[in-house]
Design a protein around this ligand. Sequence first.
Ligand code: URA
Length: 422
Amino acid sequence: MDAIDVIRAKRDGGALAPEQIDWAVDAYTRGAIAEEQMSALAMAILLNGMSRPEVVRWTEAMIRSGERMEWSALERPTTDKHSTGGVGDKITLPLAPLVAACGAAVPQLSGRGLGHTGGTLDKLESIPGWRASLSNAEMLDVLGSAGAVICAAGGGLAPADRKLYALRDVTGTVESIPLIASSIMSKKIAEGTGALVLDVKVGSGAFMKTVDDARELAETMVAIGTDHGLRTVALLTAMDRPLGNAVGNAVEVAESVEVLAGGGPSDVVELTLTLAREMLAAAGLAAKDPADALKDGSAMDVWRRMITAQGGDPDAPLPSARETHVVTAPSAGVLTRLDAYGVGVAAWRLGAGRARKEDPVSFGAGVICHAKPGDTVRAGEPLLTLRADDETRFARALESVDGAYSIAEAGEPSLHPLIIDR
Ligand code: URA
């Protein structure tokens, strides 16, 4: 088989044959297709799309590129959640221990942030001593002792996706529904979870900017999961404004701990509980009310056990940034818009995110939102606090923040509901 024939077939709008897909994914993983050839194929897929059978086959080829994990040694049903990524999206942090406190096992393989969207592993690494890389045996130990584990996917899991995702990142080919769906679902199926809840984000801070695109992505992923015998549910949720008040790494850990302690911003609490109910129902544990596990402290107990089992100190002070800059409301009125993308780019420019995969992140950097859309503000009142280790970062972050909010004398913000659809 020849890479150029495969590229031409997709470039000219045709469907790839099953053998072409199997060969292309395998040959790319082995290094027999050059990076520039796969980059041309990824662009052709982005421009011309894939039929459902093509996406399913592509996903299967990516799963076969590596190992498949399995959790039959555990006595509890496994259930997991995956978010397509957003700004202030720290939900995995309170959610995994909460669902474990209700009786499920949560093997949560997570990623790092790139660009304006944050990554769960970067957030957790702001806890002194916490380790993201675990062997399969260590993962099983933490799952057995704490009930939940959040860690990095090992190199043996869907290696084709690992290589392809890095390539897509630098070739403008991330925003493709078939490529996103196959990337996420190959990892989740290989991870071996028994049930999966997908949180598909919609809005300026998400990959999917419109409800129609998000719905297509959600339906594609649910179909792939269901075909593989994985109980899969998807919610479409809002990412037109930041989730919660904190955007960054350590600041998001602090906000997650507030939720586990029974407080925290109402949107973070509502989304955490909604996703927890879905995960428990998918795992056959619908009788448990996760709100009880927040109230009685059992979710916090699991969090502490999980962090400790991964080398972290749940009582250690979290890193904070050396410099702060407060953005105040220029006029009185109603905050009608706080754009997720603008705030996410500001946090990234402050050092919370990375521009290249090998860059370090600043744990203390980020943005605190003192008001959310719909809130009334007075002139001169703090709207946002920017946090950075180095004050030279403020100027570029402010460029992004300046156009990210609107205040009107009166009126209602036009926002997506937090839970748009199921
Ligand atoms: N997350 C993934 O794992 N893959 C994508 O392609 C996009 C988001």
